[in-house]
Ligand binder design. Structure first.
Ligand code: 2IP
Ligand code: CA
Length: 389
C-alpha cells in the first residue's frame, strides 16, 4: 500500500494548493474573510465560503482516493457534509466533476452565480499537484495492508480560524508557533476498519514558511502497521540531542489556551518555567509532539474529533508513541504498562461512533486526550492529573 501513501501525499499537496489559492486570489480571499451575517448572508445558500472551501477540499480528496481505490470510497469520512441547502429547501451536493468546466458550473450554483470565484476554485481543484514524490522516502516501503480493510478520516483544514485570520507569525527554529497560519493543517488518517487502529497518516502544512515567491508548505507522513514503522520525521532516539525547545530539565506540555485552570495548575510543577505552552489547532499541537517541540499535548475536553486526530496519531505510533483517552486513563484502577513503547490501555480508535450522541459528537474524542512519544512521560502526566479536576 505504498501507492496509497503516495496518493495521499499528492492529494494533501493539492489540498494545500487550494488552501493557498483561496488566500492568494483576490476574489476568493474576499469571500473567505467576509463574515456573512443577517442580510449580508448569501441569499441562495446558507453556508459561508469557508465551509465551501473545506467541502471542496474534502471532496477532492475523496474523489482522487475513490478513483484509485474504489474499495475505499464508502469508507472515506470527513468533517463536513457535502450537502448544501438553502432556505427554500433546495439542496446541492458539492462534488468534484469529471472536468474543470463541470466543477465550475456546479460551484457557481452554490456561489450565487459568482462565475469568477467558481472558475478560480475549479481550476485549483483540477490542478495537478506539483509535489515531486522522489524525495518522500516512500519508494522502498512495503506496507502489508489491503484497501478493503481500510477507512479514511479527512480534516480539510484544521485550525480554520487561524487560516481565516491569516496572521503571519515569524517562526523561531526549535519553538512552536502559538498561533498564525502555520497552525493550519491538512490532515488525512487511515485506520483499520476492524479494530480502528490508525495505520497511516499524512499531514500537510500549507503555510510552513514564506520566501520571496510566497508561502511554501511542508508535508509529514507516518506508517505504523505491525512491525512496519516508518516516518518522514526522525524517531526521537535518532534525533540529535537538545535541538528543540524540549531539551533540558522538566517536561514541556502544549495545551489549548482555553484549557481548564485546574489542569494548567496540576501540570505546572512538572514543567520548566516557560515549558507550559499554548498553541492553536488540535492537529498542530499533535504535530508539535511529533516534532519534539513539546513532550505531550494534554486536552481535558471532548472538543476534538476523529478527523482531527487520526492522521497525526498514526505518525505518533510510527515513532513509538501514541494518543490515549485521558478520562479512561484517569479512571483505570489497575496499573497500566508500556508495551513496546505504547500504553496498553486507552489508545484512541477510529471505527466506532458514540451512538448515544448526536451530530459531530458522534465522532468526538469525548474523554479528552494525551498525545505522547514517550510512555514513561505519559504515565507521569496521568499520575499528576489523577484526582485534580
Ligand atoms: C478545531 C481547531 C481548533 C481546536 C479544536 C479543533 O478544528 O483545530 O483550533 O481548538 O480542537 O477541533 P484549540 O485551538 O483551542 O485547540 P477546526 O478548525 O477544523 O474546526
Ligand atoms: Ca479540525
Amino acid at each position: 500500500m505504498a501507492d496509497l501513501l503516495k496518493l495521499l501525499l499528492r492529494v494533501a499537496e493539492k489540498a494545500a494548493n487550494v488552501a493557498r489559492v483561496c488566500r492568494q486570489e483576490a476574489p476568493l480571499f474576499q469571500l473567505l474573510v467576509q463574515e456573512k451575517t443577517g442580510v449580508d448572508k448569501n441569499k441562495k445558500f446558507v453556508q459561508d465560503f469557508k465551509t465551501l472551501a473545506d467541502v471542496v477540499i474534502q471532496e477532492m480528496i475523496r474523489h482522487d482516493v475513490g478513483a484509485q481505490f474504489p474499495e475505499m470510497i464508502d469508507h472515506i469520512q470527513g468533517e463536513e457534509s457535502n450537502k448544501f441547502e438553502n432556505g427554500l429547501g433546495e439542496s446541492v451536493i458539492v462534488t468534484v466533476c469529471g472536468t474543470e468546466k463541470e466543477t465550475a458550473a456546479l460551484l457557481a450554483t452554490v456561489l450565487d452565480g459568482d462565475q469568477t470565484a467558481a472558475t478560480l476554485l475549479a481550476r485549483a481543484i483540477h490542478q495537478d499537484a506539483k509535489l515531486t514524490l522522489t524525495d518522500t522516502g516512500t519508494d522502498d516501503l512495503h506496507i502489508p495492508l489491503s484497501p478493503s480493510d481500510l477507512g479514511i478520516w479527512i480534516d480539510p483544514i484544521d485550525a480554520t480560524s487561524q487560516y481565516i485570520e491569516g496572521r503571519e507569525e515569524a517562526a523561531v527554529e526549535g519553538r512552536l508557533c502559538p498561533s498564525g497560519l502555520q497552525c493550519a493543517l491538512v490532515l488525512i488518517g487511515v485506520y483499520l476498519r476492524a479494530t480502528g487502529e490508525p495505520v497511516m497518516g499524512v499531514i500537510n502544512q500549507p503555510f510552513n514558511h514564506k520566501d520571496p515567491t510566497g508561502w511554501k508548505g511542508k508535508h509529514f507522513w507516518g506508517v505504523s502497521c505491525g512491525s512496519v514503522k516508518a516516518c518522514s520525521v526522525l524517531r526521537p532516539k535518532d534525533r540529535p540531542a537538545k535541538t528543540t525547545a524540549a531539551g533540558g530539565p522538566g517536561l514541556s506540555v502544549v495545551m489549548s489556551s482555553s484549557e481548564k485552570q485546574a489542569v494548567k495548575e496540576a501540570l505546572a510543577p512538572l514543567c520548566g518555567p516557560d515549558r507550559l505552552m499554548y498553541a492553536s489547532g488540535a492537529g498542530y499541537k499533535i504535530l508539535c509532539v511529533i516534532l519534539g517541540l513539546a513532550d505531550v499535548y494534554v486536552l481535558s475536553e471532548g472538543s476534538t474529533f476523529k478527523w482531527d486526530s487520526c492522521g497525526p496519531h498514526a505518525l505518533l505510533r510510527a515513532l513509538g508513541g501514541g494518543m490515549v483517552d485521558l478520562k479512561e486513563c484517569l479512571h483505570s484502577s489497575g496499573s497500566s504498562h508500556c508495551q513496546g513503547g505504547h500504553q496498553d490501555q486507552g489508545e484512541l480508535t477510529y471505527h466506532q461512533p458514540h451512538t448515544e450522541s448526536t451530530g459531530a459528537d458522534h465522532w468526538a474524542n469525548q474523554g479528552g486526550l494525551v498525545a505522547y512519544l514517550n510512555c514513561q512521560i505519559l504515565h507521569r502526566v496521568i499520575g499528576e492529573l489523577k484526582g485534580k479536576f
